[in-house]
Ligand binder design. Structure first.
Ligand code: ATP
Ligand code: MG
Length: 337
């Protein structure tokens, strides 16, 4: 069997939160241990598709994300961390692939459709403001993957249609120009979406319901104190339902050793919400402490971050250059050395 290459990405639109950590980063940490080539793309070009008017935000978050990723235990010796915009071959491939997908197919892509709907709900727009770049981001993802011969792609269920789009582009390319590209496979995450402090189905960067790994102890305390609990519980000794309580939900992430007690005390009216929140704050801060310490180290050593990003990007680019050359040969657009 040919060696697999794993590729995944994250958009520099904000810091890493618990949703990313338990939904994605934990899997990446396991994957980087299996010895296969593993690329982690900081997708700044993709972040610009819907943040094009906020270049400072995207710029700042590239380094912030690198700091977060390293602080969580992503190891640059095992994982190639690179910046998308600094590998221009990806943009080049995006242009080539844009001929291989129809506009109506992009509009029909369920992931794109859901995101367009969300944008309309948020901004009350009628779709007129959907840009060519936004509509085409699945094409650029196909370029991200194929530029490194990515063959195993860790995804959440909601992202499967993006991978399917990439596979279609690969098949069409290979049919027209010859068998060059690798058809990637999805590696479906078994972690469900992590919910937000407000009970929302998704903890999201922009939803105001996230606990970020970069939050201070004080901020964590404030956020957890405001988290949604069982609204039927009024008095301290009322019996409650932990299944509808976000505080219990996060106990399940960071307080595994004490879970049964928390659950049974809650159900039997033996623990008040304030005490329960205080315990969670303590456990959350214990969980975040080593990450916070590493973050502080990297914040004081920006040169270490720059080095990781530069070396990772250099390594990634060398691969993309050679893949792009082969692609151009097959497309008969390589005229001289
Ligand atoms: P944006 O709003 O900018 O798209 P995002 O929070 O969706 O930000 P991405 O950079 O798009 O973050 O996604 C990075 C990875 O984290 C993806 O694999 C995504 O599925 C995963 N992820 C994001 N939020 C959650 C969550 N709440 N639970 C589980 N996984 C998540
Ligand atoms: Mg997203």
């Amino acid at each position: 069997m040919k060696e697999k290459t794993i590729l995944t990405g994250i958009r520099p639109t904000g810091n890493i939160h618990l949703g990313h950590y338990f939904g994605a980063v934990q899997t990446w940490k396991k994957l980087q241990e299996n010895g296969l080539p593993f690329y982690l793309e900081i997708a700044d070009v993709q972040a610009l598709t819907d943040n094009f008017n906020q270049p400072e935000k995207v710029n700042k978050n590239v380094r912030e994300l690198a700091i977060d990723a390293l602080s969580c235990g992503i190891d640059p010796e095992k994982t190639t961390i690179f910046i998308q915009s600094m590998v221009p071959e990806i943009a080049e491939l995006t242009v080539f692939y844009s001929n291989l997908v129809t506009i109506s197919r992009l509009y029909r892509n369920p992931t794109v459709k859901a995101e367009m709907k969300q944008k309309r709900e948020l901004f009350g727009e009628n779709g007129e403001s959907i840009t060519y770049g936004f509509l085409g981001y699945p094409v650029s993802q196909a370029a991200d993957i194929t530029a490194f011969r990515g063959s195993l792609i860790p995804v959440g269920e909601d992202q499967l249609p993006l991978l399917e789009q990439c596979r279609e582009i690969v098949r069409k390319f290979n049919h027209i120009y010859g068998e060059v590209l690798v058809e990637p496979e999805a590696m479906l995450s078994d972690t469900p979406r992590i919910k937000g402090l407000d009970g929302n189905e998704k903890m999201g960067k922009s939803l105001g319901n996230a606990i970020f790994l970069s939050d201070s102890e004080e901020l964590i305390a404030k956020k957890i104190m405001g988290a949604l609990t069982d609204t039927k519980k009024i008095k301290k000794d009322d019996q409650a339902n932990p299944d509808v309580c976000m505080v219990f939900y996060y106990h399940k992430l960071v307080n595994l050793n004490h879970l049964e007690t928390v659950c049974s005390e809650c159900k039997n009216g033996l623990r008040g919400c304030v005490a329960c929140k205080k315990e969670l704050i303590e456990q959350m801060n214990t969980f975040l402490k080593p990450i916070r310490e590493k973050r502080n180290y990297y914040l004081e050593h920006p040169e270490a971050i720059d080095q990781v990003l530069q070396e990772g990007t250099k390594k990634a680019r060398a691969v993309a250059i050679s893949v792009a050359q082969e692609i151009k040969e097959h497309m008969k657009i390589r005229y001289f050395e």
